[in-house]
Design a protein around this ligand. Structure first.
Ligand code: PSU
Ligand code: MN
Length: 302
């Protein structure tokens, strides 16, 4: 039986072979997390930001049943334009997509899986999945948390937004032994805003310190990765009352309409964007760029 390994773009392969810094990026954020054409524009800007910092971007997806690390411009455009028509691919979807030669936009979970198989250790995104509000009855807990518990990749995000139950998400990560680090902050950032009222495990102030903590985790032989939460820059952060009202309304509408499972996060993101008149999308784009910049610096330090 053969073990499947990802297809690397020429740029990514050369960078990995030469031991140069590489940053993984997910594709669900492109196909399901933002509208076209801002999704493709953002994906390109994120890649450029990483190059400007002196690292190589590796956007990850499944195309034609092949795991890919490093996409062409046409492939980014395809994933952005196809949007919800592309399967949102979590761990359970991967065997089916590969056996059938299908396409999939990779979530944090599958991006971690493919990055790890490609030898990429640092991954930048916007937000991760977590324990949803009401999970005590729905049992809706993202596979992203299990993947963080098992796969040795550092995920750099902007914290968790309150479409999730932040307290339960932190409890779950603690049970699974996943360090939650705050970049320049003691407080877990709440994605669109810099504060959540919840504490992170440790504050970290430099890319070098993040790299050292990741290296120690490997040297200890500890299974699993870690979560770095990087607050949105002040100038792009949203008014907490405005964003929380929009989130509450979007969650209420999702419940009324019986939306659940993998459809809920994309539904909420799109509704929150409409309810904030597009402001949440602008913030979302800026925080992703901010995370890409930090990820490139950590990849260099590593
Ligand atoms: N949060 C965002 N934007 C996103 C996602 C989450 O702000 O695009 C995506 C990520 O790909 C994440 C996935 O891995 O949603 C989680 O989905 P679920 O809750 O169904 O596991
Ligand atoms: Mn879910």
């Amino acid at each position: 039986m053969q073990t499947l390994i990802p297809d690397l773009s020429k740029e990514v392969r050369e960078a990995l072979e030469a031991g140069r810094p590489v940053v993984a990026l997910e594709s669900t954020i492109i196909s399901h997390g933002m509208p076209y054409p801002q999704n493709v524009e953002t994906a390109r800007k994120v890649e450029q930001t990483i190059r400007d910092e002196g690292a190589t971007p590796a956007t990850i997806a499944v195309l034609g049943g092949r795991m890919k690390a490093g996409l062409s411009d046409d492939e980014l455009e395809y994933l952005g334009k196809a949007g919800q028509k592309v399967t949102k691919a979590s761990r359970r979807d991967l065997p089916v997509l590969i056996a059938r030669g299908m396409d999939g936009a990779t979530t944090v979970t599958t991006t971690m899986m493919i990055a790890h198989r490609a030898g990429i250790k640092i991954f930048a995104t916007g937000g991760i999945g977590g324990v949803h509000r009401g999970a005590e009855t729905t049992m809706d807990i993202s596979a992203d948390l299990e993947e963080l518990a098992h796969t040795p990749v550092m995920v750099i995000c902007a914290g968790a937004k309150s479409i999730l139950d932040l307290g339960l998400t932190l409890e779950y990560l603690e049970t699974k032994g996943v360090p939650v680090l705050g970049y320049g902050t003691e407080e877990l950032p709440a994605f669109y805003t810099r504060k959540s009222g919840f504490a992170v495990d440790y504050r970290v102030d430099t890319p070098e310190d993040l790299a050292a903590i990741f290296r120690a985790q490997r040297e200890l032989g500890i299974e699993g990765g870690m979560l770095v939460t990087n607050p949105i820059p002040e100038e792009y952060s949203m008014n907490p009352d405005v964003i929380n009202r929009a989130i509450d309304q979007a969650v209420a509408e999702a419940n009324q309409q019986g939306i659940h499972g993998k459809a809920i996060t994309p539904f909420l993101l799109a509704r929150i964007k409409d309810l904030t008149g597009g402001d949440s999308l602008d913030s979302n784009i800026q925080l992703v760029l901010n995370n890409a910049r930090l990820a490139a610096r950590v990849a260099k330090a590593l």
